[in-house]
Design a protein around this ligand. Structure first.
Ligand code: HSE
Length: 400
């Protein structure tokens, strides 16, 4: 029997216990061993909960118990999860986590610790919730030179944007709904300002390059400035607006960015709605592949954590290779990357816009303003032009 401890009995932690219980037989045969939840660490008590007798408040009970060989870290946040994970790994216990904040901040160090102590640091649930993407990146796609990754990596913002698009709903109301459904982070700013997606693309970029892509180096924009009028323009252009997390090998360097983008109906990511996430990977041999599923929510995320527990149980005493070096990768300045831009301008700025951008095809969806899509240009070229266009209302990047 493999003894498991769960750190944090919140949405994901309680989901882990539920998945282990509901699919016990299948999990036992796949792990080659029975998995038993011996402890649940939480500050709270859970009177009446079927697992209340497993709840402990002192992490040392778990770390000092040699019987525990796998720890699920479902606490979220950097501390105390970082300290607990380090101590568990140093004690030779594998750690399986859904904590993207911690993985993005200390992934390479924790992977190194796992290797030194002949155990594993697994983090499938840290990106895309229940979607298998870490394991494909780390095994199925190892023959590829990955050219680009485009992801819808935050369930909350995708849920909000979908409702704004389909129902003309207001941002605040939909955010409340997403929070009630357990999709949002404790601090919703992490979702709506793009920080959560930024951590996730930092993790994927690190696995793509084998180096350490620091989330602090990734240019990030959220969705708080997107309005219902923007969606009217998007519809007129047969496009939608999605919060994209992107990472590209541009030959002269890697560029990573998180920003709301217009994408066209023909692109597979266009159909990714509600809480669903997807990761669209372009490799130089395979071509395009896409990984799709529930990006947030209790059981979907817990399923990925439990899959890691099974893998940890299958590899007791050995470390599964994960190429993520401690060497920091210097990203190319995003200002030098190129794309098209959708621009909204007040009517009185029409002549100036034409002078700056050349021929523009005007789209009119509301009075007093117009929109247009630029040619491909660098972020810097675009910024220089719009500095001379105070009549600009807003701009949204166009991908695909
Ligand atoms: N708040 C995150 C999301 C949870 O909405 O995607 C999953 O990481």
């Amino acid at each position: 029997m493999v003894q498991v401890a769960v750190l944090g009995y919140g949405t994901v932690g309680s989901g882990v216990v539920e998945v282990l219980e509901k699919n016990k037989d299948k999990i036992t045969s796949r792990a080659g061993n029975e998995l038993n939840v011996k402890y649940i660490l939480d500050l709270r008590d859970f009177p009446g909960d079927p697992y209340e007798d497993k709840v402990v408040h002192d992490v040392n009970v778990i770390l000092d118990d040699p019987e525990v060989s796998v720890v699920c870290e479902t606490m979220g946040g950097v501390e105390p999860a970082y300290t607990f994970s380090k101590r568990a790994l140093m004690a030779g216990k594998s750690v399986c986590t859904s904590n993207k904040e911690l993985v993005a901040a200390h992934g390479p160090e924790l992977l190194k610790l796992a290797k030194e102590n002949k155990c594993n640091y697994f983090f499938e649930a840290s990106v895309g919730g229940g979607i298998p993407i870490i394991r494909p990146m780390n095994s199925s796609l190892t023959a590829e030179k990955i050219e680009s990754i485009h992801g819808i990596l935050n369930g909350t913002t995708n849920y909000i944007l979908t409702k704004m698009d389909k129902e003309g709903a207001d941002f605040e109301d939909v955010l409340k709904e997403a929070q009630e459904k357990g999709y949002a982070e404790r601090n919703p700013e992490a979702d709506v300002e793009g920080h959560d997606a930024c951590r996730k693309i930092a993790i994927l970029s690190s696995l793509m390059t084998g180096k350490y892509v620091k989330y602090e180096d990734i240019y990030t924009e959220g969705i708080t400035k997107i309005t219902s009028v923007d969606f009217k323009y998007a519809k007129a252009l047969n496009k939608s607006i999605k919060l994209l997390a992107m990472s590209k090998d541009e030959d002269d360097g890697y560029v990573a960015m998180v920003a709301p983008c217009m994408i066209s109906q023909e692109h597979p990511l266009f159909c990714v709605s509600d809480v669903f996430n997807a990761v669209f990977v372009r490799g130089n041999m395979l071509g395009d592949s896409m990984y799709y599923g529930r990006g947030a929510g209790k059981l979907a995320t817990a399923s990925a954590v439990v899959a890691d527990v099974v893998d940890a149980a299958r590899h007791l005493g050995t470390t599964v290779t994960c190429l993520w070096d401690e060497e920091v990768l210097k990203l190319k300045d995003y200002q030098n990357s190129s794309k098209k831009f959708f621009v909204r301008v007040k009517e009185e700025g029409a002549d100036k816009a034409a002078a700056l951008f050349g021929y523009i095809e005007k789209i009119q969806v509301v009075d007093g303003e117009f929109g247009f899509v630029t040619e491909v240009m660098t972020e810097k070229e675009f910024a220089d032009k719009v500095e001379q266009l105070p009549e600009m209302i807003t701009r949204i990047r166009v991908e695909f």
